[in-house]
Design a protein around this ligand. Structure first.
Ligand code: NAD
Length: 251
């Protein structure tokens, strides 16, 4: 593994433009479960609750699930060492853009900038009638569904199943796939479309792919050049140490 870490560090040091591409796995050690697998959110909640047609048919039912996952639960969570080290690497000019599938705001809370949220953010709500935006903290969720001052239905401003990807992050992701020498993929299965098409686009444009995940993903055997098998916090710490504390030279 040390060899793989050293190789990844070398690739990152040589890169002129590196994109970090993150998924639910980077937030697992903050206590937010991923969607899939044992203990994943879909083993407890029905995925239909986040389908846009279901939301419009039964906003109260959908909102009950949304409130429990994204408001009661997410608000107790904090960024972890992997988010923090990624932000530090960015401050040192080693990461230029972050494309995240997460909606938990933890990259920004850890100090990262240039964060493009492919699936939106759970901290803001939008009125489906007048498009007024609200920060989650200003909305009373004791009565569901919450409503705008105009009476319109409020929806969390993240992408539901059946909704298109917002143009800004989509363009930023495509641009990153064109510009990047390196994609650092952290904690994603690569199953969610169309987000999962971004790393292969980068690879086709010549980017090297470094991947951190305790399990193999859809990318590992297809496009990954350096696979750092392990948890995000452990592997990011090892990578950070290799980048910033090179071993002492022999006398
Ligand atoms: P996923 O749920 O499909 O897969 C999670 C991945 O993380 C898996 O490959 C797993 O092996 C890996 N993983 C588990 N523990 C890890 C750790 N400690 N360190 C590193 N990796 C670890 O997640 P996905 O591919 O990102 O897709 C799910 C979709 O669900 C995303 O589009 C996202 O919008 C959404 N989601 C977001 C959050 C969040 O905002 N934190 C949480 C759950 C789901």
């Amino acid at each position: 593994m040390n060899e793989q870490i050293a190789r990844a560090a070398e690739i990152l040091q040589a890169s002129k433009f590196t994109t970090a591409y993150t998924g639910a796995g980077i937030s697992v050690e903050s206590g937010i479960p991923p969607f899939r697998g044992d203990g994943g959110l879909w083993s407890k909640y029905p995925p239909e609750s986040l389908d846009i047609d279901y939301f419009l048919r039964d906003p109260e039912g959908s909102w009950k699930v949304i409130r429990e996952i994204f408001f009661d639960f997410f608000k107790q969570t904090k960024y972890n060492q992997a988010h923090f080290l990624l932000a530090e690497m960015q401050k040192h000019g080693l990461i230029h853009r972050i494309i995240t599938q997460n909606i938990d705001n933890l990259h920004q809370e850890a100090g990262s900038t240039q964060v493009f949220e492919f699936h939106g953010n759970s901290k803001s709500l939008i009125c489906l009638v007048c498009l007024q935006a609200y920060h989650a903290s200003e909305v009373d969720l004791s009565v569901l569904p919450p409503r705008c001052s105009c009476g319109g239905l409020l929806k969390p401003d993240f992408v539901f199943f059946g909704e298109p990807i917002p143009m800004d992050p989509l363009n930023a992701a495509h641009e990153a796939a064109r510009l990047s020498d390196v994609f650092l993929i952290i904690g994603t299965t690569g199953e969610v479309m169309p987000a999962n098409m971004i790393p292969p686009m980068a690879k086709a444009n010549g980017a090297k792919i470094i991947e951190i995940n305790p399990e193999e993903s859809n990318y590992t055997r297809k496009i990954t050049d350096v696979f750092l098998k392990g948890k995000a916090t452990t592997m990011m710490q090892a990578l950070y140490d290799a980048l910033f504390s090179p071993p002492l030279e022999n006398n």
